[in-house]
Design a protein around this ligand. Structure first.
Ligand SMILES: NC(=O)c1ccc[n+]([C@@H]2O[C@H](COP(=O)([O-])OP(=O)(O)OC[C@H]3O[C@@H](n4cnc5c(N)ncnc54)[C@H](O)[C@@H]3O)[C@@H](O)[C@H]2O)c1
Length: 326
């Protein structure tokens, strides 16, 4: 039985990762500052423990790292609304919190898997991106780049600690979604569309909707995440985690309306109207998934239609007031 510490373990990905390790028979400690809603169903399990505290607290990390066999560092300030509203918090938690986790892991010699992001590639136009592709970021005066910068800095710290002897694996996730993603109407595009869909309102597509993303169902991402922590040979690797099936945001909205039924239409809005001047969109975001397939032996197999149908059903059940399928 592994003892797994998951920072950010009460978040979206963290809660699914905790479930996956518990299902394997391992024990999980989740360290998180946030709400308990996403792990409430796990709290009764004897092999699960939630510690409500912060990665900004080195003492708590020291104690938890000492007791763990394996550390997943998923805690972070995530979501475009934070990048443009509170860049200080994004930089502070994502950089200094990561250093705290690595320092504790290094002291106790614990293997770390770090949750990084496709955002680190920025707006590099040469998709698909291999893990060695360039990072092409906008100026520091555009706040949205603070997240990509914070995560890339976290990666640099991981690789610097690795040179000192710490076993580390870096995962770059591509638009993971599924049940328990953010609250309706906030966070990522799918939860923003979801709130509008469930109320029968128009789905607000930013720009012309031709910008693409590779939406990765959470079960596929979590399977790869577990493997990255338990397969010894991927220590030291940076690995894209996702599907390479590219979907324009407009098509995502249309598909959600088709699958969810109801009367929603599309409404196109200029990006400045939503995020102000501190935002720049990335036109295409596509991973090269060769490394994930070769090193982890896994592919993301859940189709977008299947994953969205499950996600819509989950949110509809969680929001009983929402209108049912027309
Ligand atoms: N879901 C995705 O598509 C995606 C894509 C790229 C990268 N990631 C990365 O994966 C990780 C998990 O993302 P998620 O989608 O589950 O987001 P999430 O917001 O649901 O999870 C992050 C969790 O970190 C917690 N947290 C924030 N500050 C903390 C602190 N100081 N101490 C302890 N916990 C803190 C939050 O409360 C939250 O529960 C993040 O690091 C994110 O950058 C996710």
């Amino acid at each position: 039985m592994l003892k797994v510490l998951v920072t950010g373990g009460a978040g979206f990905l963290g809660s699914h990762l905790a479930e996956a390790f518990l299902a394997r028979g391992d024990a999980v400690v989740a360290l998180d500052t946030g709400a308990q809603a996403k792990v409430r169903h796990l709290l009764h399990q004897p092999r699960f423990r939630l510690v409500v505290d912060s990665v900004m607290n080195p003492e708590i990390l020291d104690g938890l790292a000492a007791q763990a066999d394996l550390i997943y560092h998923l805690a972070g300030v995530v979501g475009v609304e934070h990048y443009v509203a509170d860049p200080y918090q994004v930089l502070n938690v994502n950089i200094n919190g990561t250093q705290n986790v690595l320092r504790a892991a290094f002291k106790h010699g614990r293997r770390v898997v770090f949750a990084s992001t496709s955002e680190v590639y920025g707006r590099n136009p040469s998709v698909p991106w291999t893990e060695d592709a360039d990072r092409v970021l906008g100026p520091s005066t555009i706040d949205r780049w603070c997240y990509a910068t914070s995560k890339a800095t976290g990666e640099h710290f991981c690789l610097a600690y690795r040179r000192l002897g710490l076993p580390v694996t870096i995962l770059r996730y591509f638009n993971v979604y599924g049940p328990r993603l953010d609250r309706l109407d906030v966070g990522r595009v799918i939860t923003i569309f979801m709130g509008q869909l469930l109320r029968g309102e128009p789905l607000t597509v930013i720009g012309d909707g031709h910008q693409t993303r590779c939406f990765t169902y959470v079960a596929d991402a979590v399977q790869a995440t577990v493997a990255a922590g338990v397969v010894a040979s991927v220590e030291g690797q940076v690995i894209n985690i996702g599907t390479d099936e590219e979907t324009p945001v407009r098509r995502l909205a249309e598909l959600m309306i088709e699958l969810g039924g109801g009367t929603s239409t599309l409404r196109f809005v200029p990006q400045e109207a939503v995020y102000g001047e501190s935002y720049e969109d990335v036109p295409r975001r596509v991973p090269d998934v060769t490394r994930m397939q070769q090193l982890l032996g896994l592919r993301a197999t859940t189709s977008l239609a299947e994953g969205l149908a499950r996600t819509i059903a989950w949110f509809r059940a969680a929001e009983p007031g929402a209108p049912s399928r027309a």
